[in-house]
Design a protein around this ligand. Structure first.
Ligand SMILES: C[S@@+](CC[C@H](N)C(=O)[O-])C[C@H]1O[C@@H](n2cnc3c(N)ncnc32)[C@H](O)[C@@H]1O
Length: 246
């Protein structure tokens, strides 16, 4: 099993090629550095955690949903790997897994739901060892504007455009700028923001399961556009990778 097989869309179905490849490419150099202590916050049923454990990493999933944790344990048992399951939330993570205990903290498709964003991110950072990496995957604000406009919901699109963060409303959405601000205020260094699923969710008629040649072309296009200063802002999801200062 490879790590890209473990990166799924937040809806639970298989992620589009751009999503899997983009997150895999950013995390690969860190994951190749030998067995790591990885904490997957809101890791749910283990789509990401189990493949990481199969690669030899020591993985803990922290999630508030006991049913998801039970499914994770079944999935890990079927794969013949061990994954520690802890019931808990992003806020207070360092209490659940220990302060400065993780080389890598993943928090994918979760921060749009948390009540107190700054407290949650502060806890994710507190759980990291100095020099450790934080991987956040969050919904993009502008993709929601374009999607509504493309489906004729012009009033909704304009309201979202005027208030991309929809201050105070959940699920919240992010822009590259708001993610970078979040990273800076959490004291993180070396932040990189990649657009994920720029075209695959945006272009009407884009096939969910493209043939291999089309899938590879789409993957290459997504990779080329992921750091483009304009195009990344239109991505369905934004991926931030940053480090706790060493
Ligand atoms: C959309 S799923 C994402 C699952 C997985 N991370 C992925 O990328 O496929 C959201 C997960 O976040 C969990 N969750 C919800 N609120 C949370 C919180 N405050 N802290 C941590 N996890 C939370 C849910 O139980 C669920 O498993």
């Amino acid at each position: 099993m490879t790590v890209d097989e473990g990166v799924r869309s937040p809806g639970g179905g298989p992620g589009r090629p751009g999503a899997r490849a983009a997150v895999r490419d950013v995390l690969a150099p860190l994951l190749e550095n030998g067995p790591l202590d990885v904490v997957d916050v809101g890791g749910g049923t283990g789509h990401t955690a189990v493949p990481l454990a199969a690669l030899g990493h020591r993985v803990t999933v922290v999630d508030p949903n006991p049913d998801a944790l039970a499914a994770l344990e079944r999935r890990a048992a079927e794969a013949g790997v061990g994954v520690r399951a802890v019931q808990g939330e992003a806020a207070g993570l360092e209490g659940a897994v220990g302060a400065a205990a993780a080389d890598l903290v993943l928090c994918h498709s979760v921060l749009q739901y948390v009540d107190d964003l700054d407290a949650a991110v502060g806890s994710l950072v507190a759980a990291l060892r100095p020099g450790g990496g934080l991987s956040l995957l969050v919904p993009g604000a502008l993709a929601a504007v374009v999607h509504r406009a493309a489906t004729g919901r012009f009033e909704e699109a304009r309201r979202l455009l005027e208030d991309p963060g929809e201050e105070g409303r959940l699920p919240r959405r992010f822009t590259p700028e708001s993610l970078l601000e979040l990273a800076a205020s959490a004291g993180l260094t070396e932040p990189e923001v990649h657009g994920v699923q720029i075209f695959s969710d945006l272009v009407p008629g884009s096939p969910a399961e493209p043939d291999p040649h089309t899938a590879e072309s789409l993957r290459a296009l997504e990779a080329a556009a992921a750091t483009h200063p304009v195009l990344r802002s239109l991505a369905a999801r934004l991926h931030l990778f940053a480090r706790r200062p060493a």
